[in-house]
Design a protein. Structure first.
Length: 209
């Protein structure tokens, strides 16, 4: 058993190890509503641009470039909080945002998957679907929409299987941990939302949905 672990460890690269460590740190800080998640996330996604290029996960590689740009936006958005707030308040998804996001995911998956089908990309449609979900989730994270964590939980479970198949074992472990952190993030952000939500006037019953 020890020999197997040593052999497995020797096949890991420092690039992936660094990407995993910075990835875990940034997601944990995001779940804890800490603005420093953004600069650390920029380091992690830069590393994974190179990792995904080497493993022919081209949709994921392009996704990291997108993440880098949105990380800059998220850092700016979180830093420009209302003067009356210690932190930028969390928000809930609207019905319009939900419909637009679902439609965008379907269209993006079909277009990108069809393009990648004619390349050496692995899992063109599945990879494109996960990429589309991640695009939406990252925007919601930057805008502090609580439901971003539900999307991440769903897509990270899929990514665990993909990365195990591609022998990116550390990355698969990282995404499995992401699932737990995303659950924690959803619970914490929902608690923050409930605490900040206007309370009903005294004597009126609160309507539970």
């Amino acid at each position: 058993m020890v020999h197997l672990l040593q052999d497995w460890w020797q096949h890991q690269t420092w690039l992936e190890i660094t990407g995993v460590i910075t990835g875990l740190i940034c997601v944990y800080l995001a779940a804890k509503n800490n603005i420093w998640n953004w600069p650390i996330a920029m380091i992690s996604v830069t590393i994974y641009i190179f990792i995904f290029f080497e493993t022919h996960l081209f949709a994921d590689m392009g996704l990291q470039v997108y993440f880098f740009v949105v990380n800059l936006y998220g850092w700016y958005y979180w830093a420009n909080k209302p003067a009356s707030e210690k932190k930028t308040p969390v928000a809930r998804i609207t019905r319009v945002e939900l419909l637009i996001s679902a439609g965008a995911i379907v269209v993006f998956t079909y277009i990108l998957g069809t393009i990648l089908k004619y390349t050496t990309a692995s899992f063109p449609y599945l990879d494109s679907f996960c990429t589309a979900c991640s695009l939406v989730a990252q925007v919601f994270l930057a805008r502090k929409v609580i439901e971003n964590w539900l999307i991440w939980i769903f897509v990270d479970v899929i990514y665990v299987g993909v990365y195990l198949y591609k022998d990116l074992h550390l990355t698969a472990v990282m995404y499995a941990i992401y699932v737990g952190i995303a659950i924690m993030g959803y619970v914490d952000w929902r608690k923050n939302w409930n605490e900040a939500a206007p309370q009903p006037p005294e004597g009126e019953a609160e309507v539970k949905l």
